[in-house]
Design a protein around this ligand. Structure first.
Ligand code: NAD
Ligand code: TYD
Length: 359
């Protein structure tokens, strides 16, 4: 079995769904144990399709609880850990960095220590095959000018936001646990994801939902900041590839070769909505676009050079931005209940009720 941390979040949730349902394996998929603290970003409704699936188990807990993690590892004996759990929103890290330090740095430290204790007593071949895959971000590399080459794995770490600094710190811990203790780690640094189950605090789902409810589409600064967008299921496929064929101690940059200015992204969302869900007054959703105050320290451009994972591990994204964004918009139109649960906070009440005896 595999242990997934943060499997009730956006990417972790998609990863668990694809692992257990989206596979084309001849045999049954390996079991998954999902360890998640269920912060505001964790939503078990994302895993609704697996509610009665015996191959998924859930533990409500914190990665920083080293005793709990140690106990889970002893009990379930996973052959790999895929570490998604994190505080992930840059704007929240600017308002309140403390949770980011706690989960992303201290939490990862405790997870690594519990993993080291478990891994070091595994028998020989299990020890060699064990993997700790750390899911990280391209934001650790800082910002690029319009003419700079995209981020390769050799790019210097220059994190600019509290979020990016906390992820950079966790990457360094993971690296050191390999270098010093020999823990078989893999690190992936991915560009901006989008797709189903994305929490509507992030640009793409926020704009889709605000457009549909007649609210402004807030564009920070001049809207010319560039991000390199990757459909979440392509990211999940890349993680599966790195898990099975990546070389321990190596890092792999993952990206979609889809650089877009924020304003282009929002315009494209508006154009697709104009076509498939026109406004009642027949006017374009672009009328709702509103320029607002810029984010402090806003990174200008991110771009990933994904040549290493493509050449060495034979992974390539399947979706272009055009195909992926259409699927994403359609998913939000088709899943108002999931959206309602997230925005109303109903799901949090349900979690408290369901797990109040399990805390
Ligand atoms: P998310 O915020 O949607 O989900 C995070 C999940 O982790 C939630 O389910 C939350 O409840 C859980 N969690 C938070 N703190 C925890 C703790 N202390 N213990 C246990 N669980 C905890 O995040 P996401 O967008 O799915 O990102 C997942 C990972 O991928 C993160 O490590 C992030 O840095 C990385 N990443 C994200 C993107 C992106 O575009 N979203 C891009 C590259 C890398
Ligand atoms: P976001 O989805 O928060 O991801 P990240 O900050 O990790 O890249 O933001 C993507 C881009 O969109 C980023 O340049 C900030 C910008 N943005 C807006 O212009 N308006 C918004 O309301 C949000 C949330 C983001």
């Amino acid at each position: 079995m595999i242990l997934v941390t943060g499997g009730a979040g956006f990417i972790g949730g998609n990863f668990v769904l694809d692992w257990l349902l989206g596979h084309d394996l001849v045999s049954e998929p390996e079991e998954v144990l999902n360890l998640d603290k269920l912060t505001y970003a964790g939503n078990l409704a994302t895993l609704e399709a697996l509610k009665d699936n015996p191959r998924l188990q859930f533990v409500h807990g914190d990665i920083a609880d080293q005793a709990l993690v140690g106990q889970i590892l002893q009990e379930h004996q996973p052959r790999a850990i895929i570490h998604f759990a994190a505080e992930s929103h840059v704007d929240r890290s600017i308002h309140g960095p403390s949770e980011f330090i706690q989960t992303n740095i201290i939490g990862t430290f405790h997870l690594l220590e519990a993993t080291r204790a478990y891994w070091s007593q595994l028998p020989g071949s299990d020890k060699g095959h064990f993997r700790f895959l750390h899911v990280s971000t391209d934001e650790v590399y800082g910002t690029l000018s319009a003419t700079d080459a995209p981020f390769a794995e050799t790019h210097a770490y220059e994190p600019n936001s509290p979020y990016a600094a906390s992820k950079a710190s966790s990457d360094h811990l993971v690296r050191a646990w390999h270098h010093t203790y020999g823990l078989p780690v893999l690190t992936t640094n991915c560009s901006n994801n989008y797709g189903p189950y994305h929490f509507p605090e992030k640009l793409i789902p926020l704009c889709i939902l605000n457009a549909l409810s007649g609210k402004p589409l807030p564009i920070y600064g001049d809207g010319q900041q560039v991000r390199d967008w990757l459909y979440v299921k392509d990211h999940c496929a890349a993680i599966r590839t790195v898990l099975e064929t990546g070389v321990p101690g190596q890092t792999y940059n993952i990206g979609g070769w889809n650089e877009k200015a924020n304003i282009e992204v929002v315009e494209q969302i508006c154009q697709i909505l104009d076509e498939i869900q026109p406004r009642a007054d027949g006017k374009s959703y672009t009328l709702q676009m509103t320029f607002v105050k810029d984010r402090p320290g806003h990174d200008r451009r991110y771009a990933i050079d994904a040549a290493k994972i493509e050449n060495e591990l034979n992974w390539k994204p399947l979706e272009t931005f055009e195909t992926g964004i259409r699927k994403t918009i359609q998913w939000y139109l088709d899943n108002p209940q999931w959206v309602q649960g997230v925005v109303s906070g109903n799901y949090r009440q349900w979690i408290d009720l369901q797990y109040s005896t399990n805390k």
